[in-house]
Design a binder for this molecule. Structure first.
Ligand SMILES: [Zn+2]
Length: 70
């Protein structure tokens, strides 16, 4: 129950966040992702990390690439 996970974005460890595609995102980063008021530089960093996560997914589902668009 008190297993701590390390955030994929900020490397902080807690256990109140979410797991997206097997990558843990801490509560703080989760709120930043969904917040419209996040400052641009930070948002850019977050966006890149998310892209990295998606890239890994694309490699995994490459076999079935028909109809997948972003
Ligand atoms: Zn975080």
């Amino acid at each position: 129950m008190d297993e701590r996970l390390q955030c994929h974005l900020c490397n902080k460890e807690d256990n109140e966040g979410i797991i997206i595609l097997n990558k843990y995102i801490c509560r703080e980063c989760e709120l930043e992702i969904i917040s419209p008021s996040v400052d641009e530089l930070k948002y850019e960093v977050i966006k890149r990390s998310i892209k990295d996560i998606w890239k890994g997914v694309f490699i995994n589902i490459n076999v079935n690439s028909n109809g997948i668009s972003f």
